[in-house]
Ligand binder design. Sequence first.
Ligand code: ATP
Length: 247
Amino acid sequence: MILIENLKVTYRTAAGPVEALAGVSFAVERGESCAVIGPSGCGKSTLLYVLAGLKQDFEGKVEVAGRTQIALILQHFGLLPWKNVWENVALGLKVRRLPPQEVERRVSFWLKNLGLYELRYLYPAQLSGGQCQRVAIARALVLQPDLLLMDEPFSSLDALTREALQETLLEIWQETRCTIVLVTHSIEEAVFLGQKVVLLSPRPGRVVAVYTHPLVGDKSWRHHPDFHLACTRIRQELSRAGEAKTG
Ligand SMILES: Nc1ncnc2c1ncn2[C@@H]1O[C@H](COP(=O)(O)OP(=O)(O)OP(=O)(O)O)[C@@H](O)[C@H]1O
């Protein structure tokens, strides 16, 4: 689904060039869930922007399978404050000029599926962080994407809401069979959701390691002894990569 080879991104700023990614290579299979983890500023969001086609100024090779419908969920949800829940979720479909009945069908389906239907006339300012997050997810899913790109989707939520939404995301992933690339700061989240976890070094980002977790999708994976081993391994690798950088 995705092939990235030797991806380099440098931002030009008034203070000089800032190298964000310095030769990143990895692949994501169709239907796979991939988590990208690494220290703050190592280029994770930049990587998503490149995959979404929003950043085209890069070196290296980035291939996303042809005719892929891509949906991107940004770090701060990107909801329009002057539109209510229903309108926010319907926005992308209206822009694509889908027939009103189809808009109605898909929006109701996902609002109900994500427990938002009763809130459909409320505005973002009247919602909790977790509800806003679910609206952002609904807005992406109504587009029926083949590829779902998510930038720290659950970062502002309390632990229990976060775990509940992670499980909802897994259910949706299994139902829709879409490919997921998720950026996160949380080691536990990366291991729970990522069949593949790509670990990046401090800026400029390079791939330090790629791990695979075949039990992802099973809700009890979080309580499996191997889960804790996987988290510990990544924690050690992250701190080693940080030390190598500063040392
Ligand atoms: N538009 C920009 N202009 C200049 N520099 C930028 C720009 N966007 C990002 N950068 C720099 O590129 C580097 C990578 O940024 P990016 O947002 O991709 O990192 P990140 O890993 O997602 O960070 P975080 O985990 O803190 O969200 C950072 O050093 C950042 O300051």
